[in-house]
Design a protein around this ligand. Sequence first.
Ligand code: DX5
Ligand code: ZN
Length: 227
Amino acid sequence: MARIIEILPSILSADMARLADEVESVKAGGAKVLHVDVMDGHFVPNITIGPPVVSSLRKATDLLLDVHLMIENPDRYIREFIRAGADFVSVHQEAVTHLDRTLNLIKSGGAEAGVALNPATSIETLATVIELVDFVLIMTVNPGFGGQSFIPYTLNKVRQLAQARRERGLDFRIEVDGGLTPDNVAEAVRAGADWIVAGSSVFHSSDPGRTVEQMRRLANEATLSRI
Ligand code: DX5
Ligand code: ZN
């Protein structure tokens, strides 16, 4: 089946004082979904944004909002992020004790549910819940900061996951996040990724809209040679 490829600009690397303008520029480049990184200073060693920013974004743009929760005890905040406007919510496998319950909480709130895996976490940990997820987010850096270098072995997990998806006839999306650039986006797509998060490579470029456009073109070309 033909899969839909999207480039998701991560606002972590945007100029927060000009957030609405930054969003407009990536929208002009064809972005359909914004990636929103939520960090709590506990699960990851950094603090970012909370529901009020999601709520302001919801009013400022019609782009879809993909909220990546890098926080402990996400169950406590899921409803609030969905109320604020999250369309997609991912939680970290490593931060959740009752994953089945958490996924159901996201879905019953009306959002699509994803599980994120750190580079060191095996995809086998998802075998039992894979039929419940709308997407899996494979971290291609250790979560916590933008601008880190892509970790190549993480694409083996994308390949294994894409194979499991084919074999089991499932339809979840595979999202990759961290260190993605115009230079490695094709490789990620060939491995099986559908959604490509890109923070610094987009917002630290001279023309964020054009970078989104360029990455999307490279990604779509790569689907033609996907294994
Ligand atoms: C990292 C975040 C990423 C981050 C990616 O913990 O989850 O979404 O914004 O930034 P880049 O693309 O700069 O690696
Ligand atoms: Zn992220």
